[in-house]
Design a binder for this molecule. Structure first.
Ligand SMILES: Cc1cc2nc3c(=O)[nH]c(=O)nc-3n(C[C@H](O)[C@H](O)[C@H](O)COP(=O)(O)OP(=O)(O)OC[C@H]3O[C@@H](n4cnc5c(N)ncnc54)[C@H](O)[C@@H]3O)c2cc1C
Length: 395
């Protein structure tokens, strides 16, 4: 697994990464089709739905290792490409009807369906339970109204995993949310607009970001957008279960984000070490100085600690445990990535700040890791500290 994904990252992802970052271009289609060919989109899809997951420990470990290698290639063009299909897959496996599993999972695994995830809204990010986008019954289907934001890859995506309020009584909070799989046409570039025959409108524009470029993250408004009833995940049974299914997907997403951070750190470490060995100051290589060696050793320690922690959580999750630890590893490793990429940049001196050196991209890419998939503070507050307190009380 590691060799296959490493070779793919080296041959296809790395060569494209700088151009995409500096021109804010789209993910090259050959990366998507190549990743589909080596099974990258089906790592968590069960074998009976044409994926690679056999139901054992190696499913989770394989996903972590593949993500690590792809993110070593590029965060935006590699490791993160498989995050969204992972999240939707988990939700469908857990809460979808048999018909929905047959309909969507094989196409996710084959890369025929690219996925966008729509949870965040302009007024509700960390506070998922308060979401305001509505889905209102209309004949055999639903009408979606409201605005979602930060939906990564929503332009290129063929399906959007949308968390919406199906129960108009807002006092029920997260129990009023359900998940829809919204079909759309894939679109290149930084904006899209679709109109349905009966007037439904879906309108998206990409938000420019300092890093994590390629997939683009969109603000999307829905105006009476029609979604057929069969696209409600779980059917009638799925009504009000959206929050739980979303969180199921996010648990895996957090582990995967830790793996993304490990891969990115490894790339920064490699760049920092190489530069330090090549660059001479005061007549000796930067590496030759003791301060640099300590710096490099500390970077390597953090990377190895993060990697082994992620592997350990993968094993726990394979046993149906590790939800708390998935949040912990995400919070820990993503913070570490900020420091490691900073130190790698520092070893480069002025050239670390030059766009032509990949380490400047690693630095800005790393910054997003503590913001998405559960902002650091929210994870610590709402998941880690809360669960630790619950455990202490029940002991
Ligand atoms: C590049 C990028 C890609 C993204 N991709 C997606 C995507 O594909 N799909 C999607 O749905 N979302 C996506 N997001 C959104 C991301 O998940 C949210 O930005 C994140 O959940 C935080 O929400 P927010 O931005 O509304 O911050 P807010 O909720 O407004 O929080 C602002 C700050 O306050 C802190 N905070 C919140 N509550 C508390 C508290 N009680 N005490 C102390 N501090 C607190 C937060 O940690 C944060 O630091 C993406 C974001 C980015 C930047």
């Amino acid at each position: 697994m590691r060799e296959t994904f490493h070779r793919f990252a080296e041959d296809l992802v790395r060569p494209a990464a700088e151009h995409v970052h500096r021109t804010n271009a789209d993910v090259p289609e050959e990366i998507i089709s190549g990743l589909a060919e080596i099974g990258g989109f089906g790592l968590s899809v069960p074998e009976e739905y044409d994926g690679m997951a056999a139901g054992g420990e190696s499913d989770y470990l394989g996903m972590v290792v593949a993500t690590e290698e792809l993110s070593w290639g590029s965060l935006g063009l590699g490791g993160s490409l498989i995050t969204r299909p992972e999240i939707l897959t988990r939700a469908i496996v857990k809460g979808g009807t048999e018909e929905q599993k047959q309909r969507w999972l094989p196409k996710i695994a084959s890369g025929e369906l690219m996925v966008g995830v729509m949870v965040t809204e302009p007024d509700f990010g960390s506070d998922v339970a308060g979401l305001g986008v509505t889905a209102t019954p209309d004949g055999d289907g639903w009408r979606i109204n409201g605005v979602k934001t930060w939906a990564t890859f929503a332009g290129r995506a063929n399906v959007l995993m949308l968390l919406a309020r199906t129960n108009p009584d807002r006092s029920v909070g997260h129990k009023g949310l359900s998940i829809f799989v919204v079909d759309k046409e894939p679109e290149e570039g930084h904006a899209f607009k679709f109109t349905q025959d009966d007037g439904g409108v879906m309108d998206g524009r990409a938000i420019d970001t300092i890093g994590y470029r390629g997939m683009h993250s969109y603000e999307v408004s829905f105006d009476n957008w029609y979604v057929p009833g069969e696209n409600l995940v779980g059917g009638e049974e799925g009504l009000g279960k959206g929050f739980y299914l979303q969180m199921e997907g996010f648990e895996n997403g957090r582990l995967q984000t830790a793996a993304r951070a490990v891969g990115l750190m490894e790339a920064a470490f490699g760049a920092g070490l190489e530069y330090a060995q090549e660059r001479n100051v005061f007549g000796r290589s930067v590496f030759d100085y003791e301060l640099s060696k300590v710096k490099i050793a500390r970077m390597a320690m953090l990377i190895q600690a993060g990697r082994q922690f992620a592997y350990s959580v993968a094993r726990q999750m394979a046993r149906g445990e590790g939800a708390l630890e998935a949040s912990m590893v995400k919070a820990y490793v993503c913070r570490a990535a900020e420091w490691v990429t900073r130190e790698a940049m520092q070893l480069h001196g002025g050239m670390g700040y030059a766009e032509e050196f990949p380490v400047s991209r690693y630095f800005v890419d790393a910054r997003v890791l503590s913001i998405f998939e559960g902002a650091d503070e929210t994870l610590c507050l709402r998941v880690i500290a809360r669960r630790l307190a619950e455990q202490a009380l029940s002991a």
